[in-house]
Write a protein that binds this ligand. Structure first.
Ligand code: DAK
Length: 262
């Protein structure tokens, strides 16, 4: 497998996860069309690859996860070009369809499209130097990759309004307090910590991981009653898998389970 992309670095680990590094450090990993196309292509490659059960997404360099959509690429676009290309929709939709967990390891600025990309991941682990923001209003525009919707669901209306209308950045501590980041860790140990988390997830039953992800996602899309019903049915269905038998037998026999993903 070549895993060679112009805008991404890919590192596969035998524990069952891969690290995807946004690799445009000269532009603080600004997201351009090529990068979104590469990311979508990589997700296509690993979607059905059983050796990759969890992804980590991070930024190259010491300063940024991603400083936003590439302003230089966007600046001269016409409405017709944006509309026809359906700018960024393919990348967005491909990530939302991906069925394995993606952890955002936010190592610095996550601004505009960068913050939106982090929120498209399943959860965010932030370095204590991370800064989150939706500063598009400074450019005379607005979030365009789901930021107005996901940020509001994660941190509530008041903070989301504050951030989009003033363009202020949130530091890592506030992001954790507000529910945007799940954990904050020292900058120097960010990748070590996130690798441990990814290895832990990759060690679970891949079917159970998928089902857990699907259930939590449903919470944002359905009513409580429908969500609970969906959870219950999915829970019942897990009893069709060998992994459920193995997980429960291992508990009873006081040994580590060996999951086969069947
Ligand atoms: N795009 C392109 N280049 C960028 C960039 C960006 N978003 N952010 C930084 N760079 C480049 C800088 O131009 C600079 O390049 P050179 O001048 O060296 O060639 C290099 O990265 C280093 O940046 P700075 O010199 O500015 O570094 P500083 O440490 O001084 O400042 C900063 C760091 C992150 C505070 C600053 O770079 C900054 O404010 N960057 C822009 C942040 C921003 O405004 N982000 C939001 C972008 S707009 C849509 C969907 C989505 C979107 C739009 C439409 N549709 C569906 C239609 C999303 C829009 C956005 O994300």
């Amino acid at each position: 497998m070549t895993d060679t992309y112009d805008t991404l670095l890919i590192e596969r680990h035998e524990e069952g996860y891969a690290v995807v590094t946004l690799n445009r450090p000269e532009a603080l990993n600004a997201l351009n069309s090529a990068l979104f196309a590469d990311l979508a292509a990589f997700l296509d490659v690993v979607e059905h690859d059983d050796s990759v059960r969890c992804l980590i997404l991070t930024g190259s360099g010491d300063k940024a996860f991603a400083a936003g959509a590439d302003i230089k690429e966007m600046a001269d676009q016409s409405y017709a070009q944006m509309y026809k290309a359906n700018f960024f929709s393919h990348g967005h939709d491909r990530i939302t369809r991906f069925r394995k967990p993606i952890i955002a390891a936010v190592n610095g600025f996550a601004l505009g499209g960068g913050c939106e990309l982090a929120m498209l991941c399943d959860f965010i682990v932030a370095s204590d130097r991370a800064k989150f923001g939706q500063p598009e209003i400074n450019l005379g525009v607005a979030p365009g990759i789901g930021g107005s919707q996901r940020l509001t669901r994660l941190v509530g209306k008041s903070k989301a309004m504050d951030m989009v209308l003033t363009a202020r950045m949130m530091d890592a501590a506030e992001a954790e307090r507000s529910g945007l980041a799940s954990r904050v860790v020292p900058h120097e140990t960010l990748m070590e910590e996130v690798r441990k988390i990814a290895a832990k997830i990759a060690g679970h039953s891949p079917l159970a991981v998928m089902a857990n992800k699907e259930m939590v996602e449903a919470a944002l899309e359905t009513t409580l009653t429908q969500g609970v019903q969906f959870e219950r049915r999915l829970f019942h269905s897990l009893f069709a898998f060998d992994d459920q038998k193995e997980g429960m037998a291992a508990f009873v026999e006081k040994r580590k389970p060996v999951f086969t993903g069947r």
